[in-house]
Design a protein around this ligand. Structure first.
Ligand code: KIV
Ligand code: ZN
Length: 516
């Protein structure tokens, strides 16, 4: 029988450590929901002691997401472990994850401790964590560059102190698959109490071997793989969840291992993470890249038409990639639209359905063909559950190569009133965002990042939808926003407003919490 591998997702912790990938509370909750419905076994929700914001998001995930273990990372220090426990104690199944470096380099230069001191601290802190929580994971940071005999000793000690999972990270992405597999073998053969714990691996991708090392380790007996959606993570990232899952799925006769992941939700999870972080995958990214199922050359197209298996080792359907063009048009009814939403994996309330249907009708008016990806972009962007303090009502731009761009923007406020302002700028987008700033009094808001892409790369029509991502900052904190429209100025204003609404919502919530 196939062995079941536990998937430990660290998108919200290691993934969030990717440069420019910070997420706000609402986005983290949306990603956590997506991970739970994907079927991951453990969600590492964050590093509770890192900041009050991290603490709140770990706590919110622990309190709201069910059917999955929720972990929080902690250095091997009492104050970190206490913060983690406080944040996760209300989870259905809480886990404290604590770590300490075991490599000579880290012990000498970072920790400035002897191996004996590191051993004592690791064992003491696992015992401390175990007093609080029944599920404790210990990671030997920089394990792949640690001394074998010392690792055996630490692993044996932390298991005896109560760790039920021991994680062997390739922290700097230095390992080679055969060597890493041998390391897992030797741990299994030399740690006397290893049968009392699950062996986990956590591989970084500095040399592009994160997934290969994780799979080699699983073949050698590791039962848990730590990974991230889209391969996000420190520096070059972590092993990509979707690649691990589809390797095990596509080559099941070779690996003879399974996971609990519903692979048909991978594409959507990838999109959610891109939306939440504002970071899109490279087009040729394995499994979830825009080109992963595109066949460009005539020879390949011919082969695929004759028999898809000629050039496709997995089907687009197996990862839930929306592919077929909508047959619905502007005369279609809401029932057919609801069915299509359900096919794409969305369950929405009656009220939301009505709003989305209106938006779809608007889109169908503007576009000849509406693809499933258009629908997904439209719905996914509005799933954040953030109330709109400001909504775009209309805008008019005047722009050209020899005139200063001017934009008149009118926004609808929460009470239904409308405010209009005019601004100039360096092009129509800049002018429009300046007009928004004038309305909301947003002089302290900085636009940190702006990107624009076509929603559906196969859509070559002039009516293709543009998807804009923005990241804004205020007082050192950042928020992401996204907007989709057939008009790029409109999608830009929408993205900017969505980031502003996320910011206002979070600040208002913080104010309410501190007042109560
Ligand atoms: O890469 C690493 O070593 C880590 C540990 C904290 C698990 O992220
Ligand atoms: Zn890591």
């Amino acid at each position: 029988m196939a062995r079941q591998i536990k998937i430990f997702d660290t998108t919200l912790r290691d993934g969030e450590q990717s440069p420019g990938c910070s997420m706000n509370l609402q986005d983290k909750l949306t990603v956590a929901e997506s991970l739970a419905s994907l079927g991951v076994d453990i969600i590492e929700a964050g590093f509770a002691i890192a900041s009050p914001g991290d603490f709140k998001s770990v706590q919110a995930i622990a309190r709201n997401i069910r059917g999955v273990t929720v972990a929080s990372l902690s250095r091997a220090l009492e104050k970190d472990i206490d913060a983690s426990w406080e944040a996760i104690r209300d989870a259905e199944s809480p886990r404290i994850h604590t770590f300490l470096a075991t490599s000579p380099l880290h012990m000498e230069y970072k920790l400035k401790k002897t191996p004996d001191q590191v051993y004592e601290q690791a064992v003491a802190m696992v015992a401390y964590a175990r007093n609080l929580c029944g599920d404790v994971e210990f990671s030997l940071e920089d394990a792949s560059r640690s001394d074998l005999q010392f690792m055996y000793r630490v692993i044996e000690g932390v298991i005896a102190a109560g760790a039920s999972t021991v994680n062997i990270p390739d922290t700097v992405g230095y390992a080679v698959p055969e060597e890493f597999a041998a390391l897992i073998h030797s741990i299994r053969n030399n740690v006397p109490n290893i049968d009392k714990a699950v062996i986990s691996v956590h591989c970084h991708n500095d040399l592009g071997l994160g997934v290969a090392n994780s799979l080699a380790a699983a073949m050698a007996g590791a039962d848990q793989i730590e990974c991230t959606v889209n391969g996000l993570g420190e520096r070059a990232g972590n092993a990509a969840l979707e690649e691990i899952v589809m390797n095990l799925y596509t080559r099941k006769e070779y690996y003879n291992m399974t996971t609990r992941i519903d692979s048909t939700k991978l594409w959507q999870a990838s999109k959610r993470v891109s939306k939440a972080t504002g970071v899109r995958c490279q087009p040729n990214k394995a499994v979830v890249g825009e080109n992963a199922f595109a066949h460009e050359s005539g020879i390949h197209q011919h082969g695929v038409l004759a028999n898809r298996a000629t050039y496709e080792i997995m089907t687009p359907e197996s990862i839930g990639l929306p592919h077929n063009k909508m047959v619905l048009g502007k005369h279609s009814g809401s029932h057919a639209f609801e069915e299509r939403l359900s096919y794409l994996g969305y369950r929405v309330s009656e009220e939301r359905l009505k709003e989305l249907f209106d938006a779809f009708k608007n889109l169908a008016d503007k576009k000849k063909t509406v693809s499933d990806r258009d629908i997904d972009a439209m719905v996914g962007g509005s799933l954040r559950g953030i109330p709109e303090a400001f909504k775009l009502d209309r805008f008019v731009i005047n722009s050209g190569s020899s005139i200063t761009a001017t934009s008149v923007v009118r926004l609808e406020l929460r009470d239904g009133s409308k405010v209009e302002k005019v601004a100039i700028g360096d092009g129509p987008v800049d002018a429009s965002l300046n007009a928004v700033d004038k309305i909301i009094g947003g002089s302290e808001i900085k636009l940190e990042d702006y990107s624009l892409q076509i929603v559906d790369a196969t859509d070559t029509g002039a009516d293709a939808q543009g998807e804009t991502h923005v990241r804004i900052s205020r007082d050192g904190r950042t928020w992401n926003g996204g907007g989709v429209s057939t008009d790029i100025v409109e999608s830009s204003i929408m993205a900017y407003l969505s980031a502003i609404n996320a910011m206002l919502f979070e600040l208002e919530q913080e104010k309410t919490r501190s007042a109560s």
